[in-house]
Design a binder for this molecule. Structure first.
Ligand SMILES: C[S@@+](CC[C@H](N)C(=O)[O-])C[C@H]1O[C@@H](n2cnc3c(N)ncnc32)[C@H](O)[C@@H]1O
Length: 248
């Protein structure tokens, strides 16, 4: 089990009331397009590893919502900001204290890579969805963003910024310092790296058929001397991957 309790106030601050820059600009607009909640008669969404419930705050009012997270502080913050939805403290890779099995949608946003047992998490999502219900995963792109094992490589002569990947196929448990300036005193979370094929296999093992996969780039723009090279690299290397799957 990997608690975010020790970094909850830091995460609460960076996400803020409206969501992180990438939540607002890249993830939610694309996610809502994929989810097509407006097409469901009675949309009901299960948000696994919901953090402080930022997704709940952005939903249309007719969507019923349950969020689950392991961090009591983030769940408290979620409840404070959003009284109309249900939030539960729990480990999403274990049996959930939830008896509803009729969700039309489920989501794991920027969180599956923080969970030690992704397969059990996907099985849980499957269990609580109704047949034909849809699951949405949004992750840091595992092919290009592997903490400590990927970085920008700059060729000044050619003016090319490329992505260097040091490891990819090996599963890795990578400590992440919330405040790198504090060194060893910084609170730590863990990121679990797996190659992309593992996620497709686990989805299938958990009872899903993959519907679609998208790769989302940053919409930021550089200015200054290196702008051309940086803007090109940003469009070549996606930050996020989204996978939509259907419960069979
Ligand atoms: C990067 S945050 C993302 C939160 C939220 N989905 C968002 O987009 O802001 C990762 C979250 O995963 C939660 N988490 C990690 N392991 C978990 C587990 N086993 N069960 C439930 N939540 C977990 C953490 O507490 C944290 O809130």
């Amino acid at each position: 089990m990997t608690s975010w309790e020790n970094v909850s106030s830091w995460y609460d601050k960076i996400v803020g009331k409206e969501g992180h820059y990438y939540h607002r600009r890249v993830i939610f607009p694309n996610l809502f397009r994929l989810m097509a909640l407006e097409e469901a008669k009675k949309p009901k969404l299960l948000d696994l590893a919901c953090g402080q419930g930022i997704l709940a705050r952005c939903l249309p009012p007719n969507v019923k919502y349950v969020g689950v997270d392991i961090s009591p502080t983030l769940i408290r913050s979620a409840k404070k900001e959003n009284r109309s939805h249900q939030f539960i403290k729990g480990d999403v890779s274990e049996k959930l204290p939830l008896d509803q099995n009729d969700f039309t949608h489920a989501a794991v946003i920027l969180a599956l890579q923080n969970i030690e047992n992704p397969l059990r998490t996907l099985k849980n999502a499957c269990k609580h969805l109704k047949k034909g219900g849809r699951l949405f995963l949004v992750m840091n792109h595992p092919c290009f963003r592997i903490p400590r094992q990927s970085a920008w490589d700059i060729d000044r002569k050619k003016q090319i910024q490329s992505r260097r990947i040091d490891r990819y196929m090996s599963p890795l448990k990578i400590p992440i310092r919330a405040n790198p300036a504090k060194g060893e005193k910084s609170a730590t979370t863990y990121s679990f790296h797996h190659p992309l094929s593992d996620y497709f296999k686990w989805l299938s093992d958990a009872g899903f058929a993959v519907e679609t996969m998208e790769e989302w780039c940053s919409d930021k723009k550089s200015t200054g001397k290196a702008a051309k090279m940086e803007n090109r690299a940003r469009k070549e290397f996606p930050l996020f991957i989204a996978i939509a799957a259907i419960k069979l």
